[in-house]
Design a protein around this ligand. Sequence first.
Ligand code: EPZ
Length: 429
Amino acid sequence: MDKFVIHGGHRLLGEIEVSGAKNAAVALIPAVLLCDEPCILENVPNISDVTISLRILYEMGAQVEYLNKTTVRINATGLQNYCVPYESARKMRASYYFLGALLGRYGKARVSMPGGCPLGDRPIDQHLKAFSALDAKCSIEHGMVDLVADQLTGSQIYLDVVSVGATMNAMLAAVRATGLTVIENAAKEPHIVDLANFLNSMGADIMGAGTDVIKIRGVSHLHGAVYSVIPDQIEAGTFMIAAAATGGDVLVKNIIPKHLEPISSKMRKIGVNIEEFDDSIRIWVDGPLVRTNVKTMPHPGFPTDMQPQITTLLTLAEGTSIITEGVWEQRFCYVDELRRMGADISVDGKVAVVEGVGRLTGAPVKACDLRAGAALIIAGLAARGITEIEDIYHIERGYSNLDAKLREVGADIEKVSDPVAKVEMKEAM
Ligand code: EPZ
């Protein structure tokens, strides 16, 4: 199995560039199915979730061509297939976006139940509620979700739970439905707005994305577009935390400051200095880190995908911090691994109590999911001694060239491949 080997204790100093947003790209790629002409997506991150999404389109008959490392041209106009290959789909959480896109294009879709990281219960009832509201018939048989609709008809959709995936899927299914669809209690994450902007650039009629009410007037045709994926707010936040945890001074580039406000304000409370520019943000530390409490919430609350990272930072702060996971049932799988490095954390259900220890020590640890793996990298960078992180395929699903980017700012991190063990890509998020 590949692993990361980190010699900790080096301050991160210099400039680091953020790639395109994973959780936007995995929705924009299926959205191309709704278009009657080729599309070009720019600033696409080089991560395995994107590779799987593009492979699904290719296996279904689309033409997929990389014009350069981060720009891909997709022509799905010749597609006659509404079934997503089982093996590819179940490797990734975001394969469920093919449900909304295929339903919107063909009036039918057949996709495996999504895989998913061990974050606790991950139902798709709100996705199915949205599809049913648009007059689709939904069934689940043999691990596959089957959708069929004679005619998708706009409707009122009230989401019982603020769900990123269900909001995205409702938009994908509604853009070519007949009439007006109103999604209430919609998620407001930046990647929701990015999908709406991409669809509108193809000629869709979507208003209100980024608020909790999104209105979609169905259109019969979507034309081609050239569109750039927004920068990844979670990758940016991960670099910000890494800079703070190592007592460094880093300029994080290619960001949208507004998307980082929940993260920046929490880090300032911990005693981290932050200076915002138009498309970059500087992080430096010139004093002790102090405790604070964190509760993760849907945007614009503190993002759950930054919870493992900020918890790691707080293990280095003076005092007692309380972290409440407000979105997922189980998102503390990494705590046992941090304990191996000297962290003092107790977990009771959705609440973790962190006693700052001031210093961590390197140890052999395992990534249990994408953001847990990122947190272990941060811990290894800050720790005294050597940290070896196994199961890094989790990390590589959401971070492109992470070790190379960190070396650019002074980290001593290497990826070590073990040619003996056969690397199996397990279920992705
Ligand atoms: C997306 O997952 C992200 N994944 C997750 O990021 C992120 O943690 C999550 O949104 C919240 O921001 C992708 O975009 C691929 P939800 P998603 O639907 O859409 C419940 C990462 O690290 N729910 O917003 O699956 C659900 O159980 C990953 O990049 C229902 O009850 O999340 C959860 O408690 C991890 N019924 C809450 O809503 C449903 O039908 C939020 O889930 C759907 C969701």
